[in-house]
Design a protein around this ligand. Sequence first.
Ligand code: BJ8
Length: 424
Amino acid sequence: EYDYHPMWKSLGMNVEDHDMLLGAVGQMYGDMFLTQSNRPKATSYLDFVASNIHSGRIREMLDKKESGEATKIVGSFCLYVPEEVVTAAGGIAVSLCSGADWATDKVEEHLPRNTCPLIKSFTGFKLGHVCPYIESSDLVVGENTCDGKKKAYEYFSTLANMYIVDIPNVHNDATVEVWKGEVKKLAHKIEEFCGQPITAESLAEAIRIANDKRRALQRLSATRAADPAPISGLDSLLTVQAALMDDPVRLTGAVNDMAAECEARVAVGEGVVPKGTKRILYTGTPMAVPNWKFFNIIEKAGGIVVGEESCTGSRYYRDLVDESGTTVDQMLDAIAERYFKISCAVFTPNDQRMADIVNMARDLHADGIIDCSLQFCTLYETEAFTVEKAAEEAGIPFMHVTTDYANEDAGQLTTRVEAFLETI
Ligand code: BJ8
């Protein structure tokens, strides 16, 4: 077995603490994922990702940079940062996971205690030097979305090389133009930083790579409309989490394999759970790796998650970038238009999200909707009332929960989910 400690050390990481983190995540993976019964065989790819993501994948990215095959590694925290722009400049786009508590005491010396766990997590990973993605990112692209993130970036940018994109908070004909300008500014910044121009050829190729990934994820998610569902919510969530970090071409192949196996399962009525298992549509805040807690609770309580209206779900793959553009300018416009459809709760009003939730619940034959906010996330906490109203009007049972990354509320959440499953 290859020893990755020298690589982690060379990235400036705290290898002892990192060993502890990996140990804890490995244990959690075993308890949550490997205890599931009748997983599709092709989910072995997810086991590979889980064991490779902090080691082999990092080595691979660094090797690509060393050999000149890749220019730079560019990290981001939000689905609004277009990966196509990074890929087109020869860079590797990675999402910076923020799904576990780390170095919270140190974080609270710089950020308010009542900050959402996702923001505390990425700050803690940085302060504790335990995330190889943050440490290997040459540039981190942040965005002005929620107040928590945008203000935390002021501090984070003293620790990492950052560039911030400005995202309007309303969707209309004027703001889409502003957003197109922001995407073009980002593209200039990236090509300058990567030292490689974005050409019509490289951008068309980057759009195709990302669209292929989205098509594969769409294909997999469509199989989950079947009863019994052919794949668990946990494995589906991890698939999207992997899509935010792994090599896009390898991932696309693996997701197509999973989709093919799930299609075959659906054809013969085979599932991961018995037919008639209560089906849940998840909606709410994103679940960054390794935040699998709530999906694990729902599924261990006897439900099955059949869809995710969230950034670690349908918002990542539902819309494709239009591929008909021929100039860089046209393609950047098409990218901006596609990303502007993401219904983040930072937008007001956010009617599209309500329509998406109800449509997804119907298309996927969900028996109930569970809306989940991370603690101290004002956006999603407040929007939960609007989601409840939309669910009520559509006649779909609804439950809202607020949680964090700690395990203290696991028992209480289980009780609530069990009670909800009984009533639907
Ligand atoms: S497009 S959802 S990825 S901003 S949970 S940090 S909102 S206080 S993550 Fe997001 Fe982009 Fe929107 Fe998607 Fe703030 Fe809330 Fe914390 Fe959050």
